[in-house]
Design a protein around this ligand. Structure first.
Ligand code: 5GP
Length: 186
């Protein structure tokens, strides 16, 4: 069986982080991609595990060398998925990247075999309920996130698969099945 590069996107609060982390915990043939960033490490973050922490100069050098599958700027810092890490890891394991819609589309341009997966909530109402329950955002931030979701879902036709995260174990089994299905095609 081959190894698969999968990009997982979806709105905040949909549970994609938990899905990805659980797959990685349960399957030793799958790892999460480690991105590069120019932002400073937070407490407890380990270089090479959470991110590769780079200076702006180093990040720019790697842009010039075309070492990013995709990169973007958030809050004044650069973030990118290094091609070298992905290529090296794919020799032995499948790789999951948790990136946004724009990042996924850019990755697919460079790496057409990349499987794009969207995690969607059962409904907008349900997502709103989860975000309010999480109690980490203001109502205004929640409204912004819901507006963004409409944008993301309007791109769902470019995704290879859309997984509705209604029941967690069902969504997890679906993600695992998609990895196996594409691994067989390799
Ligand atoms: P944080 O600084 O909180 O770790 O991440 C800030 C933002 O950067 C998040 O929205 C996260 O999804 C995004 N991000 C992290 N890694 C990458 C990456 O490799 N590529 C892109 N395009 N965005 C990323």
């Amino acid at each position: 069986m081959g190894h698969v590069l999968m990009a997982v996107s979806g709105p905040s609060g949909v549970g994609k982080g938990t899905l990805v982390k659980t797959i990685i915990k349960r399957r030793d043939d799958v790892v999460e991609s480690v991105s590069c960033t120019t932002r400073a490490p937070r407490d407890g973050e380990v270089n090479g595990k959470h991110y590769f922490f780079l200076s702006h100069e180093e990040f720019q050098r790697r842009i010039d060398e075309d070492d990013f599958l995709e990169y973007d700027e958030h809050f004044g810092n650069y973030y990118g998925t290094p091609k070298s890490f992905v290529r090296e890891t794919l020799k032995t394991k499948s790789v999951i990247m948790e990136i946004d819609v724009v990042g996924s589309l850019n990755a697919k341009k460079v790496f057409p075999e990349c499987v794009l997966v969207m995690i969607a909530p059962p409904s907008l109402e349900e997502l709103k309920r989860r975000l309010i329950g999480r109690n980490t955002e203001t109502i205004e931030q929640i409204e912004n996130r819901l507006a963004r979701l409409e944008y993301e879902l309007s791109h769902s036709e470019v995704y290879d698969h859309v997984i509705i995260n209604d029941d967690f174990e069902t969504a997890l089994a679906e993600m695992s099945r998609i990895l196996d299905e594409h691994a067989r095609e390799e």
